[in-house]
Design a protein around this ligand. Structure first.
Ligand code: NAP
Length: 476
């Protein structure tokens, strides 16, 4: 019988567990508590690692067809409980319900994809250069995987890692963001119902992210760390993981440029800008952070974008018609305020917005004439703010776009096919949207270069992150 998905417990070795220490999870739209969750410790994490190691061999030994059927069961269950999952997600992350529903489908598309892709982890035979030997490769699961995930996509940032790991034959310990643990625990309930054996997936809820992160990234039985979050935390996890030479996959911060050339279709560019900027109130790693607009259409673009931004409806994500929710917490709001104030102090013009509303809400904002040395140009703002800069030549646009240590997503608009090829090749980013503001889907490799990450999620490459290649050399 199906149990409710809102559970105030963690999930270790097949059991939902409590703790005498708990912490409150706050709804960012109302500032009110939505529930309490166990504040687990490093000792609990050690237990989970032992359980994951014990579960690994039996899980890995299951025929891949059986493992993939269990992952497919999970897909069907997530589909069935879409509305309940989306509601939990909106309560803890603040994102509009319509976006949460889209995230359930998006997150689940990775579960479906890897329930199939798991069957295609082919090895190969290699022609031998001399007689007397026969060469081949097989792919085998990495082992115990530890994952640490952020709050901005409470489901999808988990499923992009969990589904390929399970299909590959790994076991998986998750430390979700302390702001959004309830979606992770709801997922654990569905993993349990799907028939996935105990110890294969576990969820450690805790406020002690540093202590738990250290244990996960230094314990010798953990063979891989997969992390999505800020570049600074990624850097420290990489340092810690170096001690036991773990595999790492990192999806880190971005600073996405959005270039609009004079030869762009301006209406398409406006639609792409709204999609690429305002999803989750600008709190996505692929959110546009810097708009570079060519001089000839700068004013027209700024006016049209301002008109479109003025129409966005801000409010509690559970209310009908809301398109822009709150920032995740007061610290998120302060960062946005600081970036806008800094830009205005350096001469930026506020075309619309520019003010905090009550609670964690911030007005959708357009700024023009932003100085290149503004914080908005250098750091991820993670808020509903469009910062417009101008450029004159293609070379200048590429130089400005690449002038950052980050390299996750980049976008540009042009109707000239030759320019499209040139600019797409020149941009230093793991993903480039050409005449589109949305790039992510399960069949495509998602990931960054430079300080935005290592490895790819989704696509046929995503499962390689959880597999080792073993080379076999047969003598005669
Ligand atoms: P964050 O502070 O790095 O937190 C992410 C996760 O790491 C949370 O679970 C957090 O736990 C945990 N954490 C924090 N400090 C830690 C430590 N010292 N050791 C181990 N774990 C630690 O990032 P965030 O502010 O939540 O998320 C936003 C960032 O994620 C942005 O930079 C965004 O660009 C990036 N992101 C990247 C992608 C991508 O695919 N490239 C996707 C989404 C988000 P607590 O919640 O308990 O602090």
């Amino acid at each position: 019988m199906h149990q409710p998905l809102f559970i105030e417990q963690a999930y270790i070795d097949g059991k939902f567990v409590g703790s005498k220490h708990t912490f409150q999870v706050i709804n960012p739209a109302t500032g009110k508590s939505i529930g309490q969750i166990p504040d687990l410790t490093v000792a609990d994490t050690k237990k989970a690692i032992i359980a994951a190691d014990k579960a690994w061999k039996p899980w890995n030994s299951l025929p891949v067809g059986e493992r993939c059927t269990l992952v497919r069961n999970l897909y069907e269950l997530i589909r069935k409980h879409k509305d309940e999952l989306a509601r939990i997600m909106t309560l803890e992350s603040g994102k509009p319900l319509t976006e949460s529903l889209v995230e359930v489908d998006y997150g689940n598309s990775f579960v479906e994809w890897f329930s199939e892709e798991g069957k295609r982890t082919y090895g190969e035979t290699i022609p031998a250069l001399k007689s007397g030997i026969h060469l081949s490769t097989i792919k085998q699961s990495v082992g115990v995987v530890a994952a640490i995930t952020p709050w901005n996509f409470p489901l999808a940032m988990i499923t992009r890692k969990l589904a390929p790991a399970l299909a590959a034959g790994c076991t998986f310990i998750l430390k979700p963001a302390s702001q959004t643990p309830f979606t992770a625990i709801a997922l654990a309930r569905l993993v349990d119902e799907a028939g996935i054996p105990k110890g294969v997936f576990q969820v450690i809820t805790s406020k002690d992210s540093q202590g738990i992160g250290k244990e996960l990234s230094t314990h010798p039985l953990v063979r891989k760390i997969s992390f999505t979050g800020s570049t600074s935390v990624g850097r420290s996890l990489m340092e810690q993981a170096a001690g036991t030479i773990k595999r790492v996959s990192f999806e880190l911060g971005g600073n996405a440029p959005f270039l609009v050339f004079d030869d762009a279709d301006i209406d398409k560019a406006i639609a792409g800008a709204i999609a690429g900027k305002f999803r989750n109130s600008g709190q996505t790693c692929v959110a546009v952070n810097r708009f570079y607009v060519q001089e000839g259409i700068y004013s027209a673009f700024a006016d049209k974008l301002t008109a479109a931004v003025k129409k966005l409806k801000v409010g509690d994500g559970l209310k009908k018609g809301v398109q822009v929710g709150p920032l995740i917490n007061p610290a998120g709001l302060e960062k946005v305020q600081e970036h806008v104030q800094d830009a205005v102090d350096k001469g930026a013009v506020v075309k619309t917005g520019g003010k905090a509303l009550k609670g964690n809400f911030y007005e959708p904002t357009v700024l023009t004439d932003v100085a290149p040395n503004s914080l908005l140009a250098q750091e991820e703002t993670f808020g509903p703010v469009c910062a417009l800069f101008s450029f004159s030549t293609e070379e200048e646009a590429i130089r400005l776009a690449n002038d950052t240590p980050f390299g996750l997503a980049a976008y540009f608009y042009s109707e000239n096919i030759h320019r499209c090829r040139r600019v797409a090749e020149a941009l230093e980013a793991g993903m480039v949207g050409i005449n589109t503001g949305m790039v992510s889907n399960a069949s495509a490799p998602f990931g960054g270069i430079k300080q935005s990450g290592i490895g790819r999620e989704g696509s046929r490459y995503g499962i390689d992150e959880y597999l080792e290649i073993k080379y076999l050399c047969y003598g005669e």
